[in-house]
Write a protein that binds this ligand. Structure first.
Ligand SMILES: Nc1ncnc2c1ncn2[C@@H]1O[C@H](COP(=O)(O)OP(=O)(O)O)[C@@H](O)[C@H]1O
Ligand SMILES: [Mg+2]
Length: 270
């Protein structure tokens, strides 16, 4: 009896998921084996650029223990509301862009999320199915570092999810990103490509480009995995400082900067 009910419940959930997924448009998981390589920066800017183009865009944060997405858009003090069906209502960050992060559900800003496997999985499923996402053209998911429960949950539940891998040229990042690529291969996830970030530095004084980490590393990684290499996003302190001052993503705050130009080219590929 339990099995039958369990199976029925599972089937209903699958059906609910399929209906929701049909409304979310093209879906991208921004991931890396490594933290601090720019996943959130890439996800936020790509989503912002697509929304500015007039597409309807959803941006979901599944980095439950380090939810930076709302903060990256200066919306970490905004609270999520619930509609009359009991569904979460994503925060409208700008025209055409809706975001959902656990950060917007916390009572205290500095509260730590201490959830384990099943709880995390349930929360992520709820963020997809029990959330009032409008009908979207793009759905970007910002992930935590590594290949754990969070990324596995979205990969297992979203059949048409494509991965956008972010790396940097540092030796340790290369080794962790190689694991992420192995994870994607094992889970048979389609990979749109690998983008290098923070390997090149644009000098804020003279605008000259300096190599911090050899971008040949990420390029080789992409070549070995037989996936497209989508180029190098430079570390651009002048542009990111301006973005901080204007409290906007860099693509909006400094659109002609080397970093924003590369982000726009990346967005155009999707
Ligand atoms: N290309 C870049 N130029 C300058 N700063 C960057 C760039 N990419 C990321 N950063 C900064 O590096 C830090 C880590 O980036 P983040 O996107 O949070 O990484 P992740 O999500 O992978 O942990 C942030 O402070 C972000 O603003
Ligand atoms: Mg992040």
């Amino acid at each position: 009896m339990t099995t039958t009910l369990g199976t029925l419940e599972q089937r209903l959930r699958q059906k609910e998921m399929a209906v929701t997924l049909g409304r979310l448009g093209k879906k991208y998981l921004v991931l890396s084996g490594k933290g601090g390589v720019g996943k959130t920066t890439v996800a936020v800017n790509l989503a912002w650029l697509k929304a500015k183009e007039g597409f309807k865009v959803g941006l979901l944060d599944i980095d439950l223990h380090g939810p930076d997405l709302a903060g990256a858009l200066y919306l970490d003090d905004t609270k999520i509301s619930v509609d009359d069906r009991g569904h979460l209502v994503p925060v409208e960050a700008v025209k055409n862009l809706w975001i959902l992060s656990v950060q917007n559900l916390l009572e205290r800003k500095e509260e730590a999320v201490m959830w384990r496997g099943p709880r995390k999985m349930r929360a992520i499923i709820q963020f997809i199915t029990e959330t009032a996402w409008p009908k979207l053209d793009y759905f970007f998911i910002d992930s935590p570092p590594g290949t754990g429960d969070e990324s596995l949950t979205v990969i297992k539940n979203i059949p048409d999810l494509k991965a956008l891998v972010v790396s940097t040229g540092h030796r340790m990042a290369i080794s962790d990103v190689a694991k992420a690529l192995d994870f994607l291969k094992t889970t048979q996830t389609e990979i749109t490509g690998l983008v290098d970030n923070l390997s090149l530095l644009i000098c804020p004084e003279c605008g000259q480009e300096t190599i911090l980490h050899d971008p040949a590393g990420p390029k080789k990684l992409a070549y070995q995995a037989n996936i497209p290499f989508l180029g190098s996003l430079p570390m651009d302190p002048a542009a990111t400082l301006l973005a901080e001052q204007k409290q906007l993503p860099v693509a909006e705050a400094a659109p002609d900067s080397p970093l924003a130009t590369k982000l726009k080219a990346l967005a155009d590929l999707l």
